[in-house]
Design a protein around this ligand. Sequence first.
Ligand SMILES: Nc1ncnc2c1ncn2[C@@H]1O[C@H](COP(=O)(O)OP(=O)(O)OP(=O)(O)O)[C@@H](O)[C@H]1O
Ligand SMILES: [Mg+2]
Length: 365
Amino acid sequence: MRSLTLRVWDRATSVLGVAEDPAIAFEHVSKSYASDRGRGESGAAVDDLSLAVRPHEVLVLVGPSGCGKSTTLRMANRLVEPTSGRIMLEGEDVTTVDPVGLRRRMGYVIQNVGLFPHRTVAQNVATVPGLVGWDRKRTAARVDELLDLVGLDPDRYARRFPHELSGGERQRVGVARALATDPPVLLMDEPFGAVDPVGRRRLQNEFARIQRTLGITVMLVTHDIDEAVRMADRVAVLSTGAHIEQLASPLDIVARPATPAVADLVGRGRTARLLALGRLERADLDPSVQDGGTGPALAVGAELGDVLDALVGADGPLAVQDEHGRVVGSATAATVVRALDRLTERAEETDATADADAAVGTLRR
Ligand SMILES: Nc1ncnc2c1ncn2[C@@H]1O[C@H](COP(=O)(O)OP(=O)(O)OP(=O)(O)O)[C@@H](O)[C@H]1O
Ligand SMILES: [Mg+2]
């Protein structure tokens, strides 16, 4: 198992573009369940999927119910065996790794949490350490540490049973349990499903912080496109048979959907999503420099949605500063429209790279 320092180093090298094995690679993977036979076309739940998850990234699979998302995750940790193809974990064929060792290297957070109802929070979190034979003292210390990490005070929560928790608290316990043996890879199937929108947003933020701190590689499944674009480094939009419609950054997915299925998914609210993902650039500005005015100054790099908010109710153009606090131009509603146009054009250029990445299988960050 790799130490935290080593992972931070890994992350640095992968950001610098040093080639590494993918964390998980699906190579021409198919899965037909017995009940699929005779179901027209190939009919497989997963049909010839090739996909590489980069070390330390959050890759989100999004797509309609029944398109094969859970099957794909479950093949990675061998809860389901592929009918054909190969799955590699850090360069090693998963079928050659014994399942217990495999699950220690891959945490798994399940759709609807799946806590053991007759075990306490502490016992749930200690499941995998128990399986791999940690002693009591080490396990107890780890349980406390993890409950703290997910924001549950061990003194208050460790001895409770799952039915004594709120939905959001249960989901946190699910995340803590999956992180117990410090796995480099985390598989998450609709992990924030059972929580109200506000609690969900808070859990997503908390999880993003934990993911960045630990440098874990995450493969996350959802059918919520907003969750996908908020959480992901890259999004894979799937259709029936886990067919990849598009694999790209959240911004590219929203700015320029590659297929009608992606366009449908991004659909209404596309501009609102672009406002949340896009940032103001110097090239968007009106070069006629304003003298600063009164209101709070806008800055290059601001979220477009915030720029629009500032403009609504402002009395005309607003001054925009660079990172040194110098006024470099001004922004109007036309600036925001220009930025949106720029984003949709840029996405056109980068799509080809993302597709090539998907096809090749060995990836650079
Ligand atoms: N154990 C099984 N036996 C037979 N068919 C199955 C089994 N598990 C899943 N399937 C079928 O395989 C297909 C893909 O199922 P999967 O659970 O991977 O979908 P999903 O994308 O996770 O859907 P959801 O968003 O509803 O969770 C579906 O048609 C489903 O009915
Ligand atoms: Mg599912």
